[in-house]
Design a protein around this ligand. Sequence first.
Ligand code: ATP
Length: 363
Amino acid sequence: MSAIHLRNLVKRFGDFTALQPMDLDIADGEFMALLGPSGCGKSTTMNMIAGMEEPSEGRILFGERDMAGVPMGGRGVGFVFQNYAIFTHMTVRQNLSYGLRMTGKPAAEIERRVGSIAELLQLSPMLDRKADRLSVNILQRVAIGRSAIMEPAIFLLDEPLSNVDAAFRAVMRTELKQLQREFRQTMVYVTHDQLEAMTMADRIAVMDHGVLQQVGTPLEVYNHPANVFVARFIGAPGMNLLPGRLADSDRGAVVDLGPLGASARLPDQLAAAARASSGELLYGFRPEETTIVKDAPGLALAVTFVERIGARTIVHFDAGSESVKAVFDNDVDLTIGASAIVSPNADSVRLFDAATGAAIGRA
Ligand code: ATP
């Protein structure tokens, strides 16, 4: 079995704790992304799974098997790192077949497996090219192929696409997902790029400052962030978060947003959960979940910036100490200095406890 279980895993470097106690279960055949900003402990976690770093505390299990003391070579994992590690004096074919040749596989099997991995990674036309003649993009493809061809039960990838160009990265996102579907490995993928995590992973483990913040499917972390860190980190732009207090109005429970006025009526369940909190709230809504309204309740805001990004337009609004961003189709007719009434779509409103940062109303 190639499920991975992290139990109370801790890593310290001297006095510095790079990873706070972390529990994580990665199912057999699951694609798990470790996502977070630079320095959050993603690579440290991955290196411990790989056997390159010893945990300071806690356990790592592959299925039922405790990995304590098991060297890297004995773990049956494949790796790909940011910097491709391939033999430049060899051809693509020699690179791809290297591991299989070392383990003494029959020539016919090697040829079959090289053919199929080359096909999957679009390397077939260049199998006999020397690696030192290839672009960085292709070299990283060869590096992925060289590891994947061994069909490891666990495949670990640490920022494998960060050195390749943007267009190629988009292609590789699809290919890596296909590769994993084909071989059904358990895949752990370290990235700081939420697009990579959102598009490829079955589930995402979001990390910050050595602390696991939330584990969930891409839609769970986007729709129901567990705390304000995840709310801001996931989404481009991240969630709008406005400080306010729970208040009663003739419409029912609302959030008093100070100079911005009162929010729309809160759904009953959310209001009930908010009553059980300290009452100091952050009122959250996604930039993609806003509508400009006329003669209807909403937040009256002035436009400070208009960012045209092709199909969509991001409009920035002045909201006192905060700024609010909203994403519209590109035919939106707003210019800097204009005023608009911005209405968060009712179902998309999320509340957070301002003191703890934790989401309100979800377990
Ligand atoms: P990045 O994407 O920048 O690599 P990361 O999330 O992978 O970020 P890690 O490389 O896991 O982060 O590092 C987590 C923290 O541990 C960082 O503050 C880093 O400086 C520190 N760290 C990592 N390795 C060591 C080491 N060998 N000695 C001391 N500190 C370390």
